[in-house]
Design a protein around this ligand. Structure first.
Ligand code: GRG
Length: 285
């Protein structure tokens, strides 16, 4: 039995160190921009998308660290989305991860640009630096394409638009499932697939991981909604607001079981992914 918390802490540390290294590699960037990018990324966060990318690489027989660039790219994209989501034109939130949001600290213009820069830098760090490194990173452009699809118009950004535009009346369970599969689920599934693709996964492995990722993304969002609901955020349309707490928990459990089944063909190599799914179902933060 793996100590999953120790595994997650250890991997989060690896990701944080790599992110710091990538930030220190940025030269000749305006100081305030770099500071806002670092603040928006390094001040907290579970690093779950990056960890999933590494765990997916391990599930197809490679070392997690071999795909660290893809893992960090997923994390940078995620942090871009959080900075933009907090802006006054979106959720207008003043705190995130227990601290002032990026725009609360640096102003709206710099926070917007810091988010843009993180998104673009994600692709810069994960693409080969020079032609002589191409063979080491053969699969990386395809992995990045998966991340781009997961975060762009048919993924996270598209989901955010639907979330903003659907009227309260239209937010029934089927629309909610659709919105969240794009807004939150796509990047979670995309991080898993990108990690596996970068590690050279085959078609069968990718099919298993795709099904695992979709169900894990759903579990993640339902649990996120339940945690918010229990903290008193009852005004937003969410799984517990529509289904009630008990049915929401049941739905999260069903999705987790589907995620387990999806990776059965991976055998022992899928063990960590199973434990991560269980952890995300039972998490309290
Ligand atoms: C603005 C392009 C754009 C997209 C925004 C994902 C998203 C779309 C907004 C985030 C808002 C939000 C709180 C969504 C709920 C699920 C979610 C993504 C929670 C935060 O993810 P965690 O818990 O965050 O992994 P940490 O802090 O651990 O990194």
């Amino acid at each position: 039995m793996t100590n999953i918390k120790a595994y997650l802490n250890e991997k989060a540390e690896v990701v944080n160190k790599a992110l710091e290294k990538y930030f220190s590699g940025i030269k000749n960037c305006p100081d305030n921009l770099l500071e806002a990018m670092k603040y928006g990324t390094l001040s907290g966060g579970k690093r779950i998308r990056a960890i999933l990318a590494m765990a997916a690489a391990e599930a197809v027989g490679k070392k997690g660290e071999s795909v660290i660039k893809i893992a960090c790219a997923a994390e940078l994209i995620h942090n871009f989305s959080l900075i933009h989501d907090d802006l006054p034109c979106m959720d207008n939130d003043l705190t995130r991860r227990g601290k002032p949001t990026c725009h609360a600290k640096y102003g709206e213009t710099l926070a917007l640009l810091a988010g843009d820069a993180l998104l673009i830098y994600a692709f810069e760090i994960a693409l080969p630096e020079s032609s002589n490194k191409l063979k080491d990173y053969l699969h990386f452009p395809l992995a990045l394409r998966e991340l781009a699809a997961a975060s762009g118009p048919i993924g996270m950004v598209g989901g955010q638009v639907l979330d903003i535009e659907f009227s309260e009346k239209e937010k029934n369970i089927s629309n909610l499932l659709h919105i969240h599969s794009m807004k939150t689920g796509a990047l979670i599934r995309g991080s898993i697939l990108a990690g596996a693709i970068a590690a050279g996964a085959n078609k069968n492995e990718l099919e298993c991981l795709s099904e695992y990722g979709s169900n894990l993304g759903l579990t993640f969002q339902i649990v996120d909604d339940i945690l918010d609901y229990n903290e008193g955020k009852k005004d937003k349309i969410s799984f517990p607001a529509i289904l009630g707490l008990e049915k929401s928990r049941q739905k999260a459990l069903e999705a987790t079981r589907k995620a387990f089944r999806a990776i059965e063909p991976l055998g022992e190599k899928g063990k960590i992914l199973k434990e991560i799914a269980n952890y995300l179902l039972e998490r309290e933060i």
